[in-house]
Structures are given as C-alpha cells and as structure tokens.
Design a protein around this ligand. Structure first.
Ligand code: SF4
Length: 366
C-alpha cells in the first residue's frame, strides 16, 4: 500500500478498481519504481510478445529498493525473456496442451482442463501459458463453450473438470455462473476445480459476495492457487482464503520452483509454514517447465530435492508439497523424492533419517 497511500480504502478493496488500474506501461511503472536497465530493455523488447500488467495491490508488495525482489522478478519483464540463448531453448507449448478441441486438454482419463479466458490480473513472467497472452484478453464464446461441453458429455469417464486460463475467476459473474451451471448439468462430472492466482494477485476478488455465492452454489468446487513466496501471504490474501473456506471451498497451493524467487530451503520452509497458517494446503512444488521465454527461472533437479530434504523433519507432513516434474509431450506429472532407502540386503534395509543419520531396519514379513 506504500505506493498508493492516497487511494481510499473502499477503492483499494475493490477488485474492479484493482483491474482497471493495472500498470501496463514503462511510464506508469516508473512512477513507482526506479527501473533497472535490464527491466527497461525488457519492457521494450517484450512488447507485442509477452504482455505486461500488474495490479496496484501486487505492485505494492515490491520493495522498490531491491532489484532482486521476488515479486518484482515475477511481475516486471526483463530482457532475458527474449534473449537469443533463452529463446533457443524450450517450446511455447512444451506440455502439449493444445488438443483437437481448442482450449480443451484431455490428458488423464478422468479429467479435462478447459482454458476459458486469456485474461489475467497480472501476467507472471514465469507463466507456463505465456504463449496464449499474445491473442489478447478475451473469454471463450458460446460456440467454444458448447464444443467443450459436448466433448465432456461424450466422455463419461471424465469425473473432474479443471477451469483454467488465463484466470477463470476474472470472468464476469454472469459468464462464470453460466459455465459452472452448464458443467454441473453433466451428471458424470463430480468435481470442478478452478486454477486461479487471484488470491495472490488481486485477493479483493474474494471480498465480493457475488463471486462467493456462485462458487458455493456449484459445490463441490476446489480452488488451486499459486503462492510462490512468503511475501505474497498478506492480510488481504488471508482474508480471501478465509472467505473461500467459510463457503466450504478448499484451497490448495501449487508453487513453482523459480530461480531467484524461491530456490532456497529457508524461503520455501517459511512459505509452507505461512500457507498452513492461513489454512491453504501445499499440494505441489513444480519443477519449472521448459517453456520458451522462462528458462532463466529454471533450477537443477538437485535444488528441488535439496529443498524437499530440508522440509522433511522441519515441518509436519501435511505441509510438505509433492515435488513433481511435468513430463514433456503431455506425458504427465511424476513425483520426485530424495532417496531415503539407501541400501537393502534381504530383509535388512538402511534408511537415511530426516537429520542425515543412517538407520538399520529389519523389515521381516511373517
Ligand atoms: S495468473 Fe496464472 S495463468 Fe495468469 S499469467 Fe500468472 S501464472 Fe499464468
């Protein structure tokens, strides 16, 4: 709020004000932050390729004195995104999400993913769907929705529908209500899951009872959100989560492991502790996908495993996410665990305890 002291509280708490006042140009950004040369170049060079938009709320979390601020790295373009070396690696759609029906991905038998909008409150620099934002900001039309619904109706094995985007909860309440009501008419769909980063980028969305009413009406709905750094867990984010939980909507978190942002065991531990304090269940820690324009955020697998080893023993099991890699070509997610079983000889095994001790254990079967 530091940058926006003069904004009246009722406007600050209004989601529409946050979206209407998004910062989208170098000139607007410079009013708040002294941009580095890398950022100035980045804003110029990414124009027309990877859009820029930051809500005043998310911008207010940045420490303007710190060029390596973790919020800043996620929100402000850098020249490295379009650097020749970075661009030469990865693919726009490395996970092969684009299928036969535009906007629908059917990877696992029991669930489908629907991309229902290309709009986001903030365009995250590490986004795995970076490719879609060049299309402009638009929601699916009724024809696209109909073909998605027809597909789901003709696949009775689909038990779960994941709404994604862009950010589905940026849709107008009317459109959101329509999409959810149509999905709910399909009797074999049991669960609706919504992937939204609004609790992080514009939590004010969940201060609006209209949105909460709609989500509650079509229960069971699960929210998958995307906190990446402890700085993102603010009183506003907590209020948003609390409002969802009061309506019976569970909130899970999917963190992406990002170089410079959260690739530190201590930062990750603090994030997981803060998540459970606001009652968000850490679900996944994803290794950063090989998406064109985001490769500078990637770490080694060893870094992810080091973080997982550190978390074990320092925090309860329910607060430890599953570290996973999404395999290329749409082959799905695989979980990764540090090695705890280091030797086996018949029924005798040697394990590594959480604090690094080797422990012999005879697992005899009767
Ligand atoms: S909110 Fe989600 S979909 Fe939108 S840019 Fe950020 S990570 Fe990508």
């Amino acid at each position: 709020m530091e940058f926006f002291r003069k904004v009246p509280k009722e406007l600050w708490r209004d989601y529409h004000w946050q979206v209407q006042n998004r910062i989208k140009t170098k000139e607007e950004l410079e009013k708040f932050i002294k941009l580095t040369r890398e950022e100035l170049e980045g804003i110029e060079k990414t124009k027309g390729i990877y859009p820029l938009a930051i809500t005043p709320y998310y911008l207010s979390l940045i420490d303007p004195e710190d060029p390596e601020d973790p919020i800043r790295l996620q929100a402000i373009p850098r020249a490295v995104e379009v650097d020749e070396r970075i661009q030469s690696y990865g693919e726009p759609d490395a996970l092969r999400e684009e299928g036969d029906i535009p906007g629908l991905t059917h990877r696992y038998p029991d669930r489908v993913l629907l991309q229902v909008t290309t709009f986001c409150a903030v365009y995250c620099r590490h986004c795995m769907r970076k490719r879609i934002f060049i299309q402009g900001e638009r929601a699916i039309n009724s024809e696209q929705l109909k073909s998605m619904l027809d597909y789901i109706k003709s696949h009775p094995e689909v038990r779960e529908v994941l709404l994604s985007g862009g950010d589905p909860l940026t849709l107008s309440p009317e459109k959101l209500d329509l999409i959810l009501s149509e999905i709910r008419k399909i009797t074999h769909v049991e669960i609706i899951r919504i992937g939204t980063r609004l609790p992080v980028l514009a939590p004010q969305r969940f201060f609006d009872p209209k949105i909460l009413d709609i989500l509650e009406k079509y229960s069971p709905i699960w929210i998958s959100t995307h906190f990446n750094h402890p700085k993102e867990i603010t009183p506003e984010a907590q209020e948003a989560v609390e409002n969802l939980l009061r309506r019976g909507i569970p909130v899970l978190n999917q963190t992406v492991l990002l170089k410079g942002v959260n690739d530190s065991p201590e930062v990750m531990l603090e994030l997981m502790r803060k998540l459970i304090r606001i009652k968000v269940k850490p679900q996944y820690l994803f290794h950063c996908d090989p998406i064109k324009g985001t490769i500078h955020f990637r770490t080694s697998l060893e870094k992810g495993l080091e973080i997982m080893r550190y978390l074990r023993g320092r925090i309860s099991g329910y607060a430890i996410p599953t570290y996973a890699v999404d395999l290329p070509e749409g082959k799905g997610k695989v979980p990764l665990l540090p090695e705890y079983l280091i030797e086996s000889n018949g029924t005798k095994h040697t394990f590594l305890s959480w604090d690094g001790q080797q422990v012999e254990y005879d697992i005899c079967e009767l």
